[in-house]
Design a protein around this ligand. Structure first.
Ligand code: AMP
Length: 249
């Protein structure tokens, strides 16, 4: 069976982002970009399923500018077999991404779509759920363990109260949580091999998807600065400050 993995190019998690001075968005000029960390976990999981003989082909898909090719090549270096770039310069919102992924699922007919639980730029946590709904497939979000059986997948999910186990019929959508696995380091030979793997480019038009934004961002502002902390000399001073100065915000 095929596994399709959605990978987003985002600002690297080590970068401290800044709002643009005109409040129109986040300044990402000259900033390091990387694969969304949850998507790296998703690719790793799909590649492990392939190595275990449970998946025949792993396809990585990214929607965005031509620069997403780097993200896809990274997925190929982890071990995916081929890549699809849905190229557009439109600022994609989660519903548009979910529709694009649904169109790719219609073409490729994967049994398993693995996504990150959220993209660390917008922290939307929406695309996996929307894709499952559009495709009419079962969904298991926040996966920390995944066992593929015959025509089904059993997923352990991280929920507020602890762990929940769901059994889903395939095809299904799974979104990854942090504890699912630790992605491997990509090696130079695999980076070289990835350059030769197939990377197909499609457009939203070719997939028949209207990606025009439906939500309007009114303003992006920096969070208010926080006051520096203070070291106190002993517990008695700390208790005194808690009594007299500390406030519930
Ligand atoms: P979100 O709902 O935006 O937080 O994103 C959840 C997941 O959807 C991400 O971890 C990716 O797996 C996938 N995703 C979001 N945006 C894109 C995109 N532009 N291209 C490919 N996958 C995406």
């Amino acid at each position: 069976m095929k596994a399709l993995v959605a990978v987003k190019r985002v600002v690297d998690y080590n970068v401290k982002v800044r709002a643009k001075s005109d409040g129109s968005g986040v300044d990402i000029s000259n900033v390091k970009m990387s694969m969304n960390p949850f998507d790296e976990i998703a690719v790793e999981e799909a590649v492990r399923l392939k190595e275990a003989g449970l998946v025949d082909e792993v396809i990585v898909v990214s929607a965005g500018s031509a620069a997403c090719q780097d993200t896809l090549r990274n997925g190929l270096a982890i071990g995916a077999d081929r890549a699809i770039l849905i190229e557009t310069d439109v600022d994609l919102q989660p519903l548009a991404v979910a529709k694009l992924l649904k169109a790719v699922c219609d073409r490729e007919q994967p049994q398993l779509a693995i996504l990150g639980k959220q993209a660390i730029d917008d922290d939307a946590n929406q695309v996996g759920q929307m894709l499952a709904s559009l495709a009419g497939w079962g969904q298991a979000t926040f996966a920390s363990k995944l066992v593929v059986g015959d025509g089904s997948v059993t997923v352990t999910r991280e929920v507020d109260g602890g762990l929940e186990t769901l059994a889903l019929s395939l095809p299904a959508v799974v979104t990854t949580d942090l504890r699912l696995n630790s992605p491997r380091y990509v090696t130079l030979p695999n980076i070289m091999k990835a350059k030769k793997k197939l990377l197909e480019t499609l457009t939203p038009d070719a997939l028949g998807v209207d990606v025009a934004p439906r939500l309007r961002v009114l303003k992006v502002v920096e969070p208010a600065g926080r006051k520096a902390g203070e070291m106190v000399k002993d517990v008695a001073t700390l208790i005194d400050k808690l009594k007299t100065e500390a406030k519930v915000i």
